[in-house]
Design a protein around this ligand. Structure first.
Ligand SMILES: *Cc1c(COP(=O)(O)O)cnc(C)c1O
Length: 378
């Protein structure tokens, strides 16, 4: 046995020693965090994570697999991911004079921004209830986080409250998810513009659900040097690839690039995303089908008595069950093989709320049947 420095250490059990060392070394902000939990979903109708439920047509799948044969797995990938970038620029209508930064999912881009801007005197501001990663990542990149409540009732952006919080907290970074997760609505454009124009730092408009919304702030990136628009291929049908992108002024992105690890977009993702974007019409047709199903699902939920349903510009719908029943409804759905997201307890404004991702017609019908059973039994 190697000698131990402190005598007090020697009489501690091995587990106690390990615990003491963890408490001493791991940053307090990290110790205080909860890891992001992903529930098991094997064999379930999976409607909890805003995934596109449609596989590719067989022919397209075969062509994709053939395209992967050209990859040299022994070589590092293209460090700039130039081929993918070019296709994303075209697909998203990125304005001239604007650069793109790619991330391993937009989650990694949120982390990159935290690493570049982080510091104890730096605040991230976002409306809430909102996307949990903004707060989580602010926490472990050493930034303060301030949430401004959305309006009760319709979850609209409270312009007055946002402007007051901006004046008070002088945020280095503001996130506006457009449409917002988990409420599903795209905020009023005049309120958005007022926030963007009042911001003393950067504003990121997170357009993860743009394919289902149709409205976008991408063109405005050319008008405001401090405006960044973030998107991802996840919700449009490529969640497994992990690819997000941030559009903004080249001088800002040049700084963020320094915090990006080289080769963060792997060769399989680069080739697969390039292939998929060359066949984006297939994904667009799937998106249209999901938008139609969103309408049917919304109506069906509205027709069930006792539920409050919020209109959605995204590929999910958030609704409220009768008081105190969300947990039991969620559990009953799970027992019936349908996995959705329970929002109850995640935020004061989301009591009794559940969130369902729009699936295939068959999946949605199964969900609605299971929901009726759940509502009747709990
Ligand atoms: C899903 C989601 C993301 C994360 O996207 P990835 O590219 O899969 O990391 C970002 N923002 C919002 C609002 C989301 O709902």
């Amino acid at each position: 046995m190697p000698s131990r420095p402190a005598t007090a250490f020697a009489i501690m059990s091995r587990a106690d020693q390990r615990g003491a060392l963890i408490r001493r070394l791991v940053r307090p902000a990290v110790q205080a965090m909860q890891a992001y939990h992903v529930p098991p979903a094997s064999g379930m109708v999976k409607l909890d994570a805003m995934e596109n439920p449609y596989p590719w047509p067989g022919e397209l799948r075969d062509a994709w697999l053939r395209s992967l044969a050209d990859i040299s797995a022994n070589r590092y990938p293209d460090p700039t991911a130039g081929g993918v970038k070019e296709r994303l620029r075209r697909e998203a209508g990125v304005p001239e004079g604007t650069e793109l930064l790619l991330g391993n999912g937009s989650d990694e881009l949120i982390q990159l921004l935290g690493l570049a801007l982080g510091g104890a005197d730096r605040t991230v501001l976002a409306p809430g209830p909102g996307f949990v990663m903004y707060r989580l990542i602010a926490g472990f990149t050493g930034m303060g986080f301030h949430e401004v409540a959305l309006r009760e009732g319709d979850f609209s952006l409270d312009e007055g409250a946002m402007l007051a919080a901006i004046a008070q907290h002088q945020p280095a970074l503001i996130y506006l998810a457009y449409p917002n997760n988990p409420t599903g609505n795209a905020f009023d454009d005049n309120a958005m513009r007022a926030v963007i124009e009042a911001a003393p730092g950067l504003v990121v408009v997170d357009e993860a659900y743009e394919p289902f919304c149709g409205r976008s702030w991408m063109a405005a990136v050319a008008d405001y040097d401090h405006l960044l628009v973030m998107r991802t291929v996840s919700k449009m049908g490529l969640a497994g690839l992990r690819l997000g992108y941030l559009a903004g002024h080249p001088e800002w992105l040049e700084q963020f690039e320094k915090c990006r690890l080289p080769y963060n977009i792997n060769a399989l993702t680069q080739a697969s995303a390039a292939f998929a974007l060359d066949h984006a019409d297939v994904l667009r047709r799937q998106t249209e089908a999901l938008k139609a199903e969103r309408g049917r699902l919304f109506e069906a939920l509205e027709n069930r008595s006792g539920l409050v349903v919020w209109p959605s510009d995204a590929n999910f719908i958030t609704f409220r069950t009768p008081v105190g029943r969300a947990g039991a409804v969620h559990a009953s759905l799970r027992e019936q093989g349908v996995l959705i997201k329970c929002l109850d307890g995640s935020h004061p404004m989301l009591g009794d709320c559940l969130r369902v991702t729009v699936g295939t017609p068959d999946e949605n019908t199964r969900f609605l049947g299971a929901l009726d059973t759940a509502l009747a039994s709990v």
